[in-house]
Design a protein around this ligand. Structure first.
Ligand SMILES: O=C(O)COP(=O)(O)O
Ligand SMILES: [Mg+2]
Length: 223
């Protein structure tokens, strides 16, 4: 059996979660008497967890709140999002076919996200994707978020793939920095959420669609 591992970012990489993150953000914005934010705005706010997403929404629509004042908004956001986690969220085109193909090769698959672990597990379950993954690590799993490499390494540890050839697939600068810090290659996807195109951060490989992902993944895992 191969000892290889592929670890995926979640928001903007495996799953197009923006529609539901957008609704949850506007739920909180309206509580604060703010204007509605657009879907494109929310796509640029994602990447550093829900607290940062809310703070960016507040900044775009008026005054920012200080950290303690974000907490009740965060609670409201999470409660709403948990109940509406996959209303409009779907895996990106070609995602499931790629996961099937990698799994058929015996490659261990994991998730390393800055979303909360509980929300990530619920989203993946709701979309019927649980069986693909040997580990799902969120920002709160070990209390350390990407771009620190610790959550990536924790995913490998739980997958029993420490020291094995592995790589990260992600959509943002955070993912590129995480992979660099972990000393592994990064495949960037161009269809995700990032204020600056991921190409600017020079990922080892860049794909526009999951149909293009298999060959570069296998080549990078061969090293
Ligand atoms: O929840 C976020 O802000 C980011 O999540 P991701 O790390 O899966 O892109
Ligand atoms: Mg992402």
């Amino acid at each position: 059996m191969t000892r290889k591992a592929v670890i995926f970012d979640l928001d903007g990489t495996l799953v197009d979660t923006a529609p539901d993150l957008w609704r949850a953000t506007n739920h909180v914005m309206s509580e604060c008497g703010r204007r509605v934010v657009t879907l494109d705005e929310v796509r640029a706010f994602v990447g550093h967890g829900a607290r940062k997403l809310i703070q960016r929404g507040l900044k775009a629509t008026g005054e920012e709140y200080d950290a303690p004042a974000i907490e009740p908004l965060y609670e409201k956001f999470v409660a709403y999002y948990r109940d509406n986690i996959a209303v409009g969220s779907v895996p990106f085109p070609g995602c499931l076919a790629l996961l099937d193909r990698l799994k058929a090769e015996g490659i261990s698959l994991g998730v390393c996200t800055n979303k909360q672990e509980g929300l990530s597990v619920k989203l993946i379950e709701t979309l019927g994707m649980t069986a693909y993954f040997d580990a799902i690590i969120g920002a709160d799993t070990i209390g350390i978020a990407k771009p620190d490499p610790a959550p990536y390494r924790e995913a490998l540890r739980r997958m029993d793939r420490q020291g094995a050839p592995s790589l990260l697939i992600g959509d943002s600068e955070t993912d590129v920095l995480t992979a660099r810090a972990a000393g592994v290659p990064i495949v960037g996807v161009t269809f995700g959420y990032t204020p600056r195109p991921i190409a600017e951060f020079s990922p080892n490989s860049l794909i526009d669609h999951f149909d293009e992902a298999y060959e570069p993944i296998m080549a990078l895992l061969e090293g």
